[in-house]
Design a protein around this ligand. Sequence first.
Ligand SMILES: Cc1ncc(COP(=O)(O)O)c(C=O)c1O
Length: 384
Amino acid sequence: MSGPRPAYDLEAWRRRIPLLASCIPMNNCSQAPQTDATRAAAERYLDSWNRSGMDWDAWMAEVALAKAEFATLIGAALSDIAVFSSVSEATSAVASALDVGGARRRIVVSEAEFPAVAHVWLAQERRGARVSWAPVRDGQIDPAAYDALVDERTALVSACHGYYLNGFIQDTARIAARARAAGALSFVDAYQTLGAVPVNVRELGVDFLAAGTLKFLMGTPGIAFLYVRPEIVDSLHPTATGWFGRADPFAFDARTLDWSPTASRFDAGTPPVINAYVARAGMEMINAVGPANIRSWHLALSRRLIDGGRSRGLVLHGPDDVSRKTVSTAFVVPESHAVEAAMRARGVLPSARGEVIRLAPHFYSTIGDVERALDVLSEVTRPR
Ligand SMILES: Cc1ncc(COP(=O)(O)O)c(C=O)c1O
């Protein structure tokens, strides 16, 4: 085959994704396809449950392994990671650790946040917080917008890494540095970038980073992870808590509220055990292919999506510079959900959001998949 190729054996990875035999998944910004590894992981939990009836030690060990795999992915340590069922919950736990009733009441939030995250910050207004917004213009945010908003009254700055609507990538290192200079904390939702863009939390300098696994990390709904910068852990006491946030969850001492010395103080109830099995398997695959290799291939796919969309007369939403976006590429369409259904009927799985249809291939996708998806999109949106 001529033309660009990824740095890994694309065909070998494709053989591990049964769905590719029947359709073209372009919805990784929404839900990853199943792989042989994620299926086997779910079955391992079912087997253990059936065989042992209950094996808490093994299940807790799996949760720790999933945390460790997430830590590897973002350049952190296992002790920097807490586990939740969703990014909304992780954000609420962070919010519950903030003091927003005093001199630092402001929470600066990007208009590109997924509503789950923005709503948690808005809910803090009931506790005295004041939310101010970094505005989206033309599907992007000017990084300078944060400079004017962040000051000595700011408690925290919340900036998604990748915009769920069109893949626009924010310069979170710059935003985190601005927050730090003002004495504020920084929170990054990396749900749309992990698995698609290499991330190193130490290089970004962020205080918190949250993500789930069902998008580019090849997992399922029902689990999310939170990184907490180890230097600030001691100063934080989340009031959204539970027995897994304790120094020893199995001490069973109802009268003593101690805090785990690690990011585990953000853990709350019984962790999502079965989801942890699947999450680890998905992240292991991403770590094995390599986020940097994936990003290189995504840049080629992204270029083809933008150029191919333009040559077919499709209207792009957001940046056309591939270095400033994830592989997720949005086109403005009338009635996006009807377009999604029409494309599905033709064997291509896109993802509709508001006024756009998103095409989000992944490491296993071919240039041929992208061309076919664009052909089908232009066919179903062509005026009759
Ligand atoms: C950027 C981003 N954050 C968060 C979420 C969802 O968060 P939760 O795990 O709370 O459902 C999504 C889901 O689409 C998302 O794209």
